[in-house]
Design a protein around this ligand. Structure first.
Ligand SMILES: CC(C)(COP(=O)(O)OP(=O)(O)OC[C@H]1O[C@@H](n2cnc3c(N)ncnc32)[C@H](O)[C@@H]1OP(=O)(O)O)[C@@H](O)C(=O)NCCC(=O)NCCS
Length: 376
């Protein structure tokens, strides 16, 4: 074995080669299949970028129509899933419900065909999972809250239909546009913990469902996707305790106690602005009037950002504006990280496809610090 070096948290370690995406911090760009993700978010909708992520090129009009048709066709859930949702413990987090349903969906497939890890089989399976995720997510939430089911509406596009199911009512076009943009921002981001988890699982030639389930468990954590929910809770906490005028003292006190402010910092960007956060931030002011406390929350949001930069030199990551945007759109907070997972499913599927196509088992080593030579 070549002499290995140790990097805590695998910081800076190259885990794999990939043709999917790359954080080019030097040029402040997130490269997705050769394109700048921010430019894609400004000009394309989620389904177009999902197609690009999965198939490696932007779709022609016919390819997009076919892809959107498939997403529509598979959007409804098998009846057994609704029965499963009724059995979920009411205190369960929606993300845990998502991964439970994903495991259940795997169980509905023929065990033999699940072993097929070819590109075609993975893409077929992956598109079906992506199509089902909005209904899984909205209905898991609704079942946990004792609300009636909402069925996918085939007359609506992917993002509009998803937002409709999350809200339980028809969203307006402005809301759909911003929501769609956040989904593009979340779609794929190189090698975060969840994607790494998915690739580690896929590298045993385990199936796509297992890889996405593992990624969901990773994404739930507050140091990762869970941060968007933590951001909304923090903003509301500040609102209840003095509002924008109290925001500065709130942040300073938390930092003094050694606490982290969620939505700031990033392993790769750390002392730079996350390009996705910069983009999403643009859309915050136009949403403020949607809720009575919106303007005040926006002021709190701006103050916390200013103080974090002054005190710690840290910038927001994508979860910072996303948490506020989803709140202003009227989406219940416990759905924010599950929404992230729905969007990221496209990226995860692409990574599982790539891992299976050029597989080598992940199996790192350790620096052993325990005792030796003990006798039983
Ligand atoms: C994302 C994150 C886990 C990256 O962590 P990391 O690369 O392991 O960096 P570290 O945890 O070693 O942090 C480095 C330094 O920055 C500080 N720091 C990083 N993020 C911070 C935050 N959000 N609030 C306060 N301090 C923070 C750490 O305290 C540490 O300071 P120190 O060197 O004085 O001890 C970290 O920035 C964080 O916890 N952020 C908040 C959660 C979040 O928003 N996650 C979503 C990421 S997309």
């Amino acid at each position: 074995m070549a002499q290995a070096s140790y990097s805590p948290g695998l910081e800076g370690v190259i885990a794999t080669t990939t043709s999917i995406s790359y954080l080019d911090t030097e040029h402040e760009q997130i490269v997705l299949r050769g394109y700048d993700l921010i430019e894609l978010a400004r000009t394309k909708r989620y389904t177009e970028v999902a197609y690009l992520t999965l198939y490696g090129h932007l779709p022609s009009a016919a390819e997009l129509a076919g892809f959107e048709g498939q997403l529509r066709e598979h959007a409804e859930l098998p009846g057994e899933v609704y029965r499963l949702l009724d059995l979920l413990p009411r205190r369960m987090h929606v993300m845990d419900a998502q991964r439970t349903v994903l495991s259940f969906l795997a169980g509905l497939e023929d065990p033999e065909s699940l072993k097929d890890t070819s590109v075609e089989a993975n893409l077929r399976r992956g598109v079906r999972v992506l199509a089902q995720m909005p209904a899984v997510t909205a209905n898991a939430y609704r079942a946990l809250r004792g609300l009636p089911r909402v069925r996918p509406d085939p007359s609506l596009g992917f993002s509009e239909g998803f937002l409709y199911m999350l809200l339980g009512s028809r969203p307006d076009p402005d809301a759909v546009r911003v929501f769609d943009l956040t989904l593009v921002c979340y779609i794929e981001h190189e090698m975060p913990n969840s994607t790494f988890a998915a690739r580690v699982i896929a590298s045993t030639l385990s199936d796509l469902y297992g890889a996405v389930v593992g990624a969901a468990a990773s994404l739930k954590g507050p140091l990762h996707g869970g941060a968007n929910e933590a951001v909304a809770h923090m903003l509301l906490d500040i609102l209840r305790h003095g509002g924008a005028d109290a925001a500065e003292a709130y942040v300073v006190e938390r930092l003094r106690r050694g606490e982290r402010i969620m939505g700031f910092g990033h392993r790769v960007y750390m002392r730079r602005y996350d390009p996705r956060a910069l983009l999403m931030r643009e859309f915050v002011p136009q949403l403020a009037a949607r809720r009575p406390e919106g303007e005040e929350l926006v002021r709190i949001h701006q103050t916390v950002e200013r103080v974090m930069h002054r005190e710690k030199g840290l910038y927001p990551n994508a979860d910072y504006p996303a948490g506020l945007i989803y709140y202003l759109l009227g989406i219940p907070i416990e759905l924010y990280t599950p929404i992230f997972l729905v969007s990221r499913t496209a990226g995860l599927v692409a990574h599982v496809v790539e891992q299976h196509a050029h597989n080598r088992l992940f199996r790192p080593r350790v620096l052993y610090e325990g005792p030796r030579g003990l006798r039983p």
